[in-house]
Design a protein around this ligand. Structure first.
Ligand code: ZN
Length: 551
């Protein structure tokens, strides 16, 4: 199946190349209404297949630099690398823009966890992000506690925990190594893809005020353990419904920290916190449940690298040339920051390198777009779309937010809106925001947020990409990640339906978010598709229609 579609696609590319060569060296950029300009489709496909740099970008960023936690020294390195590569590929106006003070810089240098009694064993573990270090290797007896549902449960444990390591049963889902009975890796077949495009996503029923009350309880729990003289806390990684978070895979994100805002000095964690693999948690828990004394040796070598680190986004342009439209902008990007346990390959290294490669392709073809095409690489995404939210607030529009105590303890992107959007001048100049933040899978469709008015525009645009496996147009209410702040103020936001691969089952926010989980052919295809959609949007006669929420 895969093989024959690959053959088909190379034959079509060959045909288009022939047409292209016959057309001569000067290909005038044009579009008639929303009819796709197939000569440009062909040129983008040839450039993206024959000259692809996407896996070079991936190794440099993911293997060469590694994890990119917001505020960390590695994220600074990644920012510098990105600026360098965008300049090297010939983009204009390559720059960073500060989005304000973030909080503490932190990096894990080393961690080791082993059992020394009743037997010796080496365990798979990661420091929770922004965990303080231990004072070198420490050895201590272990006490098991189940997760707390209320601060009143602290009392029964007072005076019993000094000098101990606490095995704390707090996890966002059961830490069970369930049998893996269905594949962890998946591609959509045509039927699944069509069903996905037709389906209405389930409404978001999450009670965020309640969820953040829980995060506040976790912050109090961390402070309780510190005040009781606990030496370190170990929590299990949770599993996911398909069982992908066993076998050495560990989640390590904000679900495991003592509170949401641990990156801010005022909310800093004061006891070392470690996430351990499900199987190793299980052994410890079973021994302790049978009253077998357990002793662990733990070394968390982590470093705080600054208290008030600045947050920056990265931009680079292919300038528009049409006198009437050159100040209008089509944006495309993903987020440069990641969690710290893996190397941020699929979340969101893939989105970053796809967007960069799409820009490289368009720039190499020396297109002269009507509108400016801008790559936007955001940071602070994992802490609540901080970089993109602030960009929107400064340039696009502001939104009044509820300020009750229940609301102000939540990150802003989740807070309730209390009044109309107040737009700023750039609101009228942003045609669209394309966001890539769903892993590295092949693009199978475009996802339009908010309005069905976009469907008849995109249907003819994707029709010539059928041989690449792209057939679906889905309409969704919101837009996840960094396009959400734009969608909330009425800017058309677009994302892509991608083959799931093992993103939700194995790599998303885990220590196994590594280069191995990227598929070169998928990333090449994605960059070609993105370049074509962005090109079409930049060349269209009008801006894309605004979303209905625009005042
Ligand atoms: Zn992400």
């Amino acid at each position: 199946m895969l093989m024959s579609s690959r053959r088909l696609s190379s034959r079509i590319v060959a045909t288009i190349t022939t047409i292209l060569l016959a057309a001569g060296p000067v290909v005038v950029a044009q579009m008639l209404g929303d009819a796709p300009y197939l000569v440009m489709y062909g040129r983008i496909r040839v450039e993206g297949n024959a000259q692809s740099r996407v896996m070079d970008y991936a190794t440099e960023l993911i293997d060469g630099i590694g994890p990119r936690l917001t505020g960390s020294p590695n994220l600074k390195k990644a920012t510098a690398w990105t600026l360098d590569r965008l300049k090297q590929m010939g983009l204009s106006n390559v720059r960073t823009e500060s989005w304000g003070e973030f909080g503490m810089g932190w990096q894990q240098r080393h961690i080791s966890l082993r059992m020394i009694a009743p037997a010796t064993a080496t365990f798979i573990a990661q420091a929770a992000p922004w965990s303080p270090a231990t004072a070198g290797p420490i050895a201590a007896d272990v006490v098991a506690l189940r997760g707390f549902t209320d601060a009143s449960e602290f009392d029964a444990n007072r005076g019993k925990l000094r000098g101990k390591i606490v095995l704390f049963g707090h996890a966002p889902a059961p830490p069970d190594a369930i049998p893996i009975e269905t594949p962890l890796f998946e591609r959509f077949d045509d039927r699944q893809l069509a069903a996905f495009a037709q389906s209405e996503p389930a409404p978001d029923t999450m009670n965020y005020e309640q969820a953040f009350a829980q995060a506040e309880l976790m912050e109090k729990t961390g402070r309780f353990f510190a005040s009781e003289g606990v030496r370190a806390v170990i929590v299990p990684s949770a599993n996911n419904p398909k069982g992908g978070a066993s076998g050495g895979t560990i989640y390590a994100d904000t679900n495991y920290t003592f509170g949401w805002f641990v990156y801010q000095k005022a909310h800093a964690m004061s006891v070392p916190l470690v996430i351990v693999a499900i199987e190793h948690y299980g052994r410890l828990k079973r021994l302790l449940d049978r009253n077998v004394p357990v002793k662990l040796e733990l070394n968390v070598d982590a470093e705080f690298t600054g208290d008030r680190e600045d947050g920056v986004n990265v931009f680079g342009d292919i300038p528009g040339v049409d006198p009437q439209h050159k100040d209008e902008v089509v944006m495309v990007g993903g987020h440069l920051d990641s969690w710290a346990a893996g190397t941020g390959a699929t979340d969101d290294g893939a989105g970053v390198v796809i967007a960069m490669e799409a820009m490289r392709i368009l720039n190499a073809l020396q297109i002269k777009p009507k509108r400016t095409i801008r790559v936007a690489l955001w940071t602070g995404e994992e802490q609540g779309v901080l970089g993109s939210s602030e960009f929107v607030r400064r340039h696009i529009a502001t939104v009044p937010l509820a300020d009750t105590p229940e609301q102000t303890r939540m990150p802003e992107f989740l807070r309730r809106r209390t009044g109309p959007v107040a737009i700023k001048p750039d609101h009228a100049r942003i045609s669209a925001v394309y966001n890539l933040d769903a892993g590295g899978g092949k693009i199978r469709g475009v996802t339009l947020s908010g309005t069905a008015a976009l469907v008849p525009i995109f249907q003819p645009w994707i029709a010539p990409l059928r041989d690449l496996g792209m057939t679906a147009v889905a309409v969704r209410r919101g837009c996840g990640g960094d396009c959400e702040p734009f969608a909330q103020v009425g800017i058309p936001t677009l994302s892509f339906t991608q083959d799931p691969l093992d993103y939700e089952t194995r790599t998303h926010h885990t220590n196994m978010d590594t280069y191995e989980h990227l598929i070169p052919e998928d990333l090449r295809q994605a960059a070609i598709v993105v370049a074509i959609m962005v090109y079409n949007t930049a060349m269209r006669d009008q801006l894309l229609p605004r979303l209905p929420s625009t005042p």
